[in-house]
Design a protein around this ligand. Structure first.
Ligand SMILES: [Zn+2]
Length: 74
């Protein structure tokens, strides 16, 4: 996912037109069995914007880690 897409999409204020996706892969899922259609694991169904917010958190964490490493390298 590109950061710019996330920034421009403004998903939180929208509230409509979202899909339910698996919390593991952000893929479509079998909603009756709560099974991810990507990795075939059992998963929790979440709104796609919620999944994107989680991915965004991971992205920011990774970037913070990178910045820490760069500072250590001097
Ligand atoms: Zn999955």
């Amino acid at each position: 996912m590109l950061y710019d897409n996330w920034k421009l999409s403004n998903p939180i204020d929208d509230g409509e037109g979202y899909d339910m996706v698996s919390n593991c892969c952000g893929a479509l899922l079998d909603e009756t069995e709560e099974r991810c259609l990507d990795c075939k694991e059992g998963c929790v169904a979440i709104e796609d914007y919620e999944y994107e917010a989680i991915q965004m958190e991971h992205y920011l964490e990774d970037r913070a880690d990178d910045e820490r490493l760069e500072r250590l390298r001097g």
